[in-house]
Structures are given as structure tokens and as C-alpha cells.
Write a protein that binds this ligand. Structure first.
Ligand SMILES: Cc1cc2nc3c(=O)[nH]c(=O)nc-3n(C[C@H](O)[C@H](O)[C@H](O)COP(=O)(O)OP(=O)(O)OC[C@H]3O[C@@H](n4cnc5c(N)ncnc54)[C@H](O)[C@@H]3O)c2cc1C
Length: 555
């Protein structure tokens, strides 16, 4: 393995090595194109490596085999019911209609998927929603031995389990020692790095050349057609030819403060993605005259910060999901009041964190905290601690609710009144204020032994000490960017295809608008549109006849 920069002559150049880029490179190489992947970071895999790599792919054969009934029509009516005018129907149709072909094609690659059982859609009571799951797939355990020395050059750290073994999937998060030893000896991993390693292995087997520490800065456009890319690499600026296509797969723009300020609909702090996602692909597309879409949206997610610093100086973050869902835990705002269904999905919660108070003209629910008691610590643990283990030192605590409220600077008596009211709801198992527990999704990541009953998410806060952790309005990545055709070709501001330019993953105008359909809601579309980008660019290289390509692709 080396950081090769050849004379730089490819049919297809892919920018970024997350799921979208890798799948595009693999599909283009499969179609017969000479392909180069160029990654800005020193390591491969981007945010995809940090993820659980669940992919939301409706109407899939794994669900059918498990006896779950699903259909194209149900998937489309589900997305349409959540669109709020943001989803372009043709893109939603292209997404759903490509799933069978994508899955069949993935069978010919090292990436093998399986069903995450029973994982409900994130809005399962909507028309076409699936309360019993069936649309969330994940990579099977995968040995990194096949990617040789690249195993040392992946983002993140090894996680040797599948979702069902983690607390979110109903497992403990701990493996028996012999199983852990065996998986370590065989370099077996699950989740994000398994997805990246499997796709990477497929790319390497098909002769795709992979380069790291290469930041794409500009597109080379000749006679209106994208024909190459200028990079800033270890040896300085240089240019690489892309005869038949450039695929933008550079992730979102969440790490660029100016872009985030200018485009996003609400506050964003401490992104959970890799810090190299600074909107480079967006800027390149803008310079090429691309039409932009979905710019205000992101895959919103509440996080807390952890002590320490990442190499780039930012704070490490932790996605707070289970800790706000299990019994004995609520969320409060700066008035010490509950303000939302704490057990809802992270993306939808972004809406609650962005609520503007028209009188004070600021964000009513920021800052906010998840507040819990000793019963939660004992029964469920959290923030990386097993049930019964002491909470980390950085978690705020006090023996009484009044003491905790004082530490957080909440108005006198407010937190006690809120907890008192919540305890009444918890005892009855109903939440007339915010409808927590009504949806089949709500308790799924809570107490799985009680799911789907109300006890999966309802529990009083009465046993001290009491704890609080501040939550921030964060994101897994933005999802606005260049508008595309149903084949991932980038469109210009007049609605014409920019020849030779493709986009997939978080860099593109997200085909699902505001919606996070279910677990895997970001990677499902990233795989589909990455596949479409790679297939279209690859066929462009091998047939040379764009009209024939378009006709072939329009199946
Ligand atoms: C903790 C966590 C858990 C998650 N779990 C899930 C999940 O289970 N399911 C799901 O659907 N989503 C999940 N997500 C979100 C998901 O990981 C991302 O939405 C997805 O990985 C985005 O894929 P991508 O290929 O578009 O971008 P990325 O994977 O971020 O890859 C983009 C790559 O482009 C590179 N790049 C940027 N600029 C340039 C440039 N100028 N030149 C060259 N390269 C460049 C970056 O360095 C990066 O490596 C999770 C996220 C987090 C943080």
C-alpha cells in the first residue's frame, strides 16, 4: 500500500471514501472503468467508519424472507406522508425502485447485509410505516484481513459486534471473552468499519487505485464538461484527468462554520461527523454552476461533549439516544420544563431544539439537559458505563433535585415541579404532555425487556443522587447540496445535466428531504445514489454514448 499519485489519468475519479464514494467507485469499476478514489484525510472511510452502518432500504428481500410484508407503494406513501413539501417524488421513486437491483449487485461484492430484526421505522404510525421493522439492514461481521495494510488506515477504532449485540439493538454491548478473542485474532469487525472494509476490498479486487491525503479543491471543466480534478496533496497542487466522470462524495458541510451559518435552518454545535467534511464538494459544485437543494437540512442529532480533544482541537461527542429513552430519565430546558417526547428519534428532535421563542427571540430549548436518577444508573447505565457502574466524573450530580437545579442554574422549584408531574405520568404509563411512549418506535431503544409496553420508556425519577448532562443540537452530517437527476448526475441552475459531474451521499441534495425514514436513513440513500452515480459514470466510460447510457439506465 502506498499513497500513489499516478500521472493521473482515470475514466472516473471519486472524491471521498465514505460509503457513497466507495460504492460509486466499486460500481464504476464493475462497469469496466479505470477508477481512482481520492481521500482528503490520512485515513479512509469518513463518517461511515464511525457509524453503525445500518442502511434503511425499504421493500427488500431480507424482510420478505423474514415474513415482513412491504411494498414500493407503502415505502413511497410513508416518505410522502413525512415530506412537508421537501421531497421530490421522482428521487424518492428512484431510491425505492433501485433497492432490489442494489441488493442483487451487492451480493456480487464482499459487502453482505442482513436484517436488523424488528427495528421500527422512525415514524412507524405514518401511512406505510413499519412498526415491526423490516427496512433496516446492516453489514455482516467482516474480516479486515482481505484489505491488508489498509486495515491500519481506517477511520475510527475496531468494534467487533453487530447491532443486535449493542445496547441499541437489545444486546449488552459486551462480548463473551472467548468470542472477543476469536474476533480480534481474525480481525473481524462489524458496524461502520465492516461496511467500509468490505466495499474497499471490492474496490481493490477490481483494480481501483486509492489515494489518501489528497484534498480535491477544483474541478477541471473543458468545453462545458467536467474532465478532471485539481488536488492539494502531500506534494502540493496537481491535477488528475477524469475522462468520463467525477463523483462528488465528500460528505456534508457541517464543519464549515460559514456554510453552516448561511444555509442551515437552526443552531448546530459539535458535529458528530469527521472534521474533514468542510463542504469542499459543495463549493466545487457551486463553482460549476450546480442547482442546490435541501440546503437547510441535516441529519440532526442531540449529542453531549466528552472531556478531551480530537486531533483537530474539537471536542469528542457522544450521541445521546438510549439515555433519554430508558425509564427514569427526562429532558428539560433552561426553564426546568420538559419540552418534547424524549424518546423520539434524534432527527425529529432537531425540530424541538430549533424552536424559536417569538417574544424573547431566541431558542427556547437551548441549552437543555437530560436528567436522570440513580435507578436509571443502576438498571441501565449509560454514557459508556454498564448498569450499576458509577457515572463518569464529568456528569453533573447532586443528592437532591433542588441541588441539581441550582447547579444547572434553573429557576427555583421548576425542576421539582416538572419531575413531580412526570412521575405522575410515569406511574400511569401515559404522557398527555408530549405523547412519549405512544409510538412503537419510542421504547425500542429503551428497556427492551419491557418493549413494547409502556415500561420500556416510563419510569419515575425519585431516587438520588440525581444527574444531568447538557445536550447540544448536533448532526451526523448535513444533507443539502447539488441537485441531481435520478441517476445522480448533477444539474445546473437551469436544470441541465453538467456533463461528467455526479454526486452521492451527504454532499448531494438529500432525496428524502427532512426525513430520517428509519435506522439507516442516511446510508440507505447514500448506497443507492452512490451505486447509481458509479454505474452511470462507469457506463459512460465504457459505451461512450451518453444517450444509450441514459436509455439503459432508465430501466
Ligand atoms: C456515531 C454515528 C453513528 C451513525 N450511524 C448511522 C447508521 O447506523 N446508519 C446511517 O444511515 N447513518 C449513520 N450515521 C450517519 C452516517 O455515518 C453518514 O451520514 C454517512 O456515513 C455519510 O456518508 P458519506 O459517504 O456521504 O460521507 P462520509 O462517510 O463522511 O465520507 C466523506 C469523505 O469525504 C472526504 N472528503 C471531504 N472533502 C474532501 C475533498 N475535498 N477531497 C477528498 N475527500 C474529501 C472526507 O474526509 C470523508 O472521508 C452515523 C453517524 C455517526 C457520527
Amino acid at each position: 500500500m502506498e499513497n500513489r499519485v499516478s500521472a493521473g489519468n482515470y475514466d472516473v475519479v471519486v472524491l471521498g471514501s465514505g460509503a457513497a464514494g466507495l460504492v460509486a467507485a466499486l460500481a464504476a469499476a464493475d462497469a469496466g472503468a479505470r477508477v481512482g478514489i481520492f481521500e482528503k484525510a490520512e485515513v479512509l472511510g469518513g463518517t461511515t467508519c464511525l457509524s453503525s452502518a445500518v442502511a434503511w432500504l425499504p421493500d427488500n428481500r431480507y424482510a420478505r424472507e423474514a415474513g415482513v410484508q412491504d411494498s414500493r407503494e407503502e415505502a413511497l406513501s410513508y416518505l410522502a406522508s413525512l415530506s412537508n413539501g421537501m421531497i421530490i417524488p421522482e428521487l424518492a421513486e428512484a431510491f425505492v425502485d433501485t433497492v432490489p437491483e442494489l441488493l442483487e449487485w451487492l451480493d456480487t461484492t464482499p459487502l453482505k447485509l442482513s436484517l436488523v430484526e424488528r427495528y421500527p421505522d422512525y415514524h412507524p404510525e405514518q401511512p406505510g410505516g413499519k412498526p415491526g421493522g423490516g427496512r433496516s439492514l446492516e453489514p455482516r461481521l467482516f474480516s479486515l484481513q482481505g484489505i491488508g495494510a489498509w486495515a491500519e488506515r481506517l477511520e475510527g477504532t475496531p468494534r467487533r459486534m453487530v447491532v443486535g449485540e449493542t445496547p441499541i439493538g437489545g444486546g449488552t454491548g459486551f462480548l463473551p471473552e472467548d468470542v472477543a478473542r476469536e474476533r480480534e485474532a481474525e480481525q473481524v469487525e462489524g458496524l461502520g468499519r465492516a461496511m467500509v472494509a468490505a466495499l474497499l476490498q471490492g474496490c481493490l479486487e477490481r483494480g481501483v487505485e486509492v489515494h489518501v491525503r489528497e484534498r480535491a479543491t477544483r474541478l477541471r471543466i473543458e468545453d462545458g464538461e467536467v474532465r478532471g480534478v485539481v488536488f492539494d496533496g502531500p506534494e502540493g497542487a496537481h491535477s488528475v484527468a477524469a475522462q468520463h466522470g467525477v463523483v462528488l462524495a465528500t460528505g456534508g458541510f457541517e464543519w464549515d462554520r460559514a456554510l453552516a451559518r448561511d444555509f442551515l435552518r437552526g443552531p448546530l454545535d459539535h458535529p458528530a461527523s469527521v472534521p474533514t467534511n468542510t463542504g469542499d464538494g459543495l463549493r466545487m459544485a457551486m463553482r460549476a454552476g450546480a442547482a442546490l437543494g435541501n440546503m437547510r437540512e441535516a441529519w440532526w442529532a442531540p449529542v453531549c461533549t466528552l472531556p478531551g480533544e480530537r486531533p483537530d482541537g474539537s471536542r469528542p461527542v457522544y450521541l445521546v439516544q438510549r439515555e433519554r429513552t430508558v425509564p427514569h430519565s427526562i429532558m428539560v430546558n433552561r426553564e426546568g420544563k420538559r419540552f418534547t417526547n424524549e424518546a423520539t428519534n434524534y432527527n425529529a428532535m432537531g425540530g424541538a431544539l430549533h424552536e424559536l421563542d417569538p417574544t424573547s427571540f431566541d431558542y427556547r430549548n437551548l441549552p437543555c439537559w437530560v436528567v436522570f436518577d440513580e435507578n436509571m444508573v443502576e438498571r441501565f447505565g449509560g454514557f459508556g458505563r454498564a448498569p450499576g457502574e458509577a457515572m463518569p466524573d464529568w456528569v453533573t450530580r447532586a443528592d437532591t433535585l433542588a441541588g441539581l437545579a441550582e447547579r444547572l442554574g434553573l429557576p427555583d422549584g421548576a425542576l421539582e415541579a416538572t419531575v413531580d408531574r412526570w412521575n405522575g405520568h410515569a406511574r400511569r404509563g401515559v404522557d398527555p404532555d408530549f405523547r412519549r411512549g405512544e409510538s412503537a418506535f419510542d421504547g425500542f431503544v429503551g428497556d427492551r425487556t419491557a418493549y413494547p409496553g409502556p415500561e420500556s420508556t416510563f419510569g419515575t425519577l425519585e431516587r438520588g443522587p440525581f444527574y444531568a448532562v447538557q445536550l447540544h443540537s448536533s448532526t451526523l452530517g448535513t444533507k443539502g447540496g447539488p441537485r441531481t437527476t435520478v441517476r445522480s448526475e448533477v444539474l445546473d441552475v437551469d436544470g441541465e445535466v453538467i456533463p461528467g459531474l455526479f454526486a452521492a451521499g451527504n454532499v448531494m441534495a438529500g432525496p428524502t428531504g427532512m426525513v430520517y425514514g428509519g435506522a439507516g436513513g442516511t446510508l440507505g440513500p447514500a448506497l443507492v445514489f452512490g451505486y447509481l452515480a458509479g454505474r452511470t459514470a462507469g457506463r459512460r466510460a465504457t459505451t461512450g454514448d451518453e444517450k444509450a447510457v441514459a436509455a439503459a439506465a432508465a430501466v
